[in-house]
Design a protein around this ligand. Structure first.
Ligand SMILES: [Fe+2]
Length: 612
């Protein structure tokens, strides 16, 4: 059975294709349009998937959209009309979008793919999320929590899943409906704190570490968490129809003070040079951090309550999570410690992009066709490229030709020449040379294989650096990533060394540590060796790498460990500020040209800026 899944029109559009049990691929459209979190209909991703499988649209047995457009439309209509005429502009623009395009998504899929309308269907949004959460875990039975902003009407789902003989039994036991939404709650606070909703929630989470939750009593009036694990959201504090502009009411401002102006600098630093004096925060700066800490704490209380309720209702020892809220890896870390669940799984892309794959898994489950590949989902599902044309192009151009592309605001480029080393067939040499560069404090762009599905760079589209060298991490923040100093980095570590950094996992390394999904304390014994990757509270969000997960990346970590004693590298996503993670070799080369990235490893070749 050949099934294509599609998500679009809200947040990070994506598509996924499974062809007779083989996962052909899955990718977010942003990687092709180069617009971060692009919600546009994913035509380019679909074209790549069909090409990769060597089929035409008409050859597809089923095409599924990840939610029910007509049901979602009723929610949009009801919520925008409920405040009419106060938000008549929001109403007008919503109707234009929906009546002109979104309502007819299944017709569009049928038309552009040349698939008979009978073969185009929809899956309920939270069932797409639940399938995405559970099926790829490899578990036969599990409790399931789906936590997002909103689908059609549902915002939270608590369920139970079982797979028998390739067939999926999915029972949704309880739901919360709009506007009772944990995702919208956290997005609203993200906007209040001057960050972009549905995009920069990770900044709210990082800022929370610098604060005290002294506003928690106010926030608990907004999100009321019951002792039975239920929660209620009081929407008199927010105006969700305007979400993305100013969703908070006067009531909220009188309780918490004025919101932060977007772009206002924050003085907090997750790390600094030894001996450097911290900048003291103003009263307002500290208030923002305290509000972030309060919203984070109450979100954690709600998620913990739901998880404990799921354990009681299902009796399961395993839990699968999805929905954008599952990306809050400080909250999900507490599930490991404070709930009865012994095993917790979050797919590599738990958000709406990943729900395109979930919709495919749901259809296969209905037909009893869930095979081994669909049940064991890793992150390396994106397109791979041959870098040879890009390398050949370099014989015709070099630093002289690309200096015009350099990011504005960076200091003038040092005089450097470009060295290109092709090491096909010499993987040991490639790894040894890369380790030399990392030891020398150079920042390395590491581009290998297919790109990752989901928001994390996990060793195929990564920027790497020595994890102990604070000066290198600062250069990475200021001259490559343009990243706010309060946001910490993280590290990848080879499995064999993981217990030295995380002795608390002596009974087993949690699955969430495979794809950077859990924030945990790092043993003080290795702090000096990874000091550039730690948050201010001594935690990190690790990727524990097994050889079977990513063989070449594992070899690189291991070789670095042979030189330093700890097989760990600072790992952050390979992108410039505001852009999606790079997809193609040309895009990687462009970041190399525009920024102070020192070395670019493109497949089997090493490009270096050689400074005079
Ligand atoms: Fe969702």
């Amino acid at each position: 059975m050949r099934v294509l899944g599609v998500s679009a029109h809200f947040h990070t559009a994506a598509a996924a294709l499974i062809d007779n049990g083989r996962v052909v691929g899955a990718a977010a459209e942003e990687r092709f349009t180069r617009v971060k979190h692009d919600p546009i209909f994913p035509e380019r991703t679909i074209a790549w998937l069909l090409d990769e499988a060597g089929v035409r649209g008409a050859d597809l047995d089923r095409v599924v959209f990840y939610e029910q457009p007509h049901v979602k439309f009723t929610r949009v209509l009801a919520s925008t009309l409920s405040t009419f005429p106060r938000h008549h502009r929001s109403f007008g623009s919503a109707m234009k979008r929906w009546l002109g395009d979104r309502l007819w998504t299944t017709n569009k899929l049928s038309r552009i793919l040349d698939v008979h309308p009978d073969r185009v269907g929809v899956v309920v949004h939270h069932r797409s999320h639940a399938s995405q959460a559970f099926v790829g875990s490899g578990y036969d039975e599990s409790a399931i929590l789906t936590l997002d902003g909103v689908g059609e009407w549902d915002t939270t789902g608590l369920g139970h899943g079982r797979i028998r003989d390739g067939a999926l039994e999915l029972n949704v036991l309880e739901t919360h409906r709009y506007p009772d939404s944990l995702g919208l709650f956290y997005a609203a606070f993200t906007t209040f704190l001057g960050f972009r909703a549905n995009s920069e929630e990770c900044s709210t989470m990082a800022l929370a570490t610098f604060g005290e939750p002294r506003y928690a009593p106010v926030v608990r009036q907004i999100l009321k968490v019951g002792t039975d694990g239920s929660y209620r959201f009081d929407n008199s504090w927010f105006d969700f129809v305007s979400l993305g502009q100013a969703p908070f009411t006067k009531k909220l401002i009188s309780a918490l003070g004025p919101p932060r102006t977007p772009g206002m600098p924050l003085p907090f630093e997750s790390f600094r040079m030894p001996g450097a004096e911290p900048v003291a925060p103003t009263e307002d700066h500290q208030r923002y951090a305290d509000i972030a800490a309060s919203a984070q704490l109450v979100l954690e209380e709600a998620i913990l309550g739901l998880a404990k309720r799921a354990a009681r209702l299902t009796g399961c020892s395993r839990l699968c999570l999805s929905g954008g809220v599952a990306l809050n890896c400080v909250a999900t870390a507490r599930l490991l410690e404070e709930t009865p669940f012994e095993h917790i799984w979050i797919p590599p892309d738990p958000g709406d992009g990943g729900a395109a794959l979930g919709a495919v898994q749901h259809v296969l489950g209905e037909h009893g066709q869930l095979g081994a590949e669909a049940r064991s989902i890793g992150p390396y599902l994106g397109r791979s490229y041959d870098p040879t044309p890009t390398l050949d192009m370099l014989t015709h151009m070099g630093p002289d030709s690309w200096s015009a592309y350099r990011q504005p605001g960076l200091p003038p480029p040092e005089a450097y020449t470009l060295s290109v080393e092709r090491l096909s067939g010499d993987e040991a040499g490639l790894i040894a040379r890369t380790v030399d560069d990392l030891l020398a404090g150079r920042i390395v762009g590491w581009f290998q294989g297919g790109f990752e599905f989901g928001p994390r760079a996990l060793g195929n589209r990564s920027l790497l650096a020595h994890p102990a060298r604070v000066e290198t991490a600062l250069k990475l923040s200021t001259r490559v990533k343009a990243r706010a100093p309060f946001r910490p980095y993280a590290f990848s570590i080879a499995e064999a060394h993981a217990l030295r950094a995380f002795p608390q996992w002596s009974d087993g390394i949690p699955a969430m540590a495979r794809w950077m999904q859990v924030v945990v304390p790092v043993s003080a014994a290795v702090h000096d060796q990874v000091r550039a990757t730690l948050h201010i509270d001594g935690t990190t969000r690790p990727q524990v790498v097994a050889a079977s997960d990513n063989p070449r990346y594992h070899k690189l970590l291991t070789a670095f460990g042979q030189q330093t004693g700890l097989a760990a590298l600072l790992n952050t996503s390979f992108n410039a500020r505001g852009e999606p993670i790079v997809s193609s070799p040309d895009e990687a080369l462009m970041v190399f040209a525009r920024t102070d990235l020192d070395t670019l490893v493109l497949g089997d070749a090493i490009l270096r800026k050689v400074y005079s």
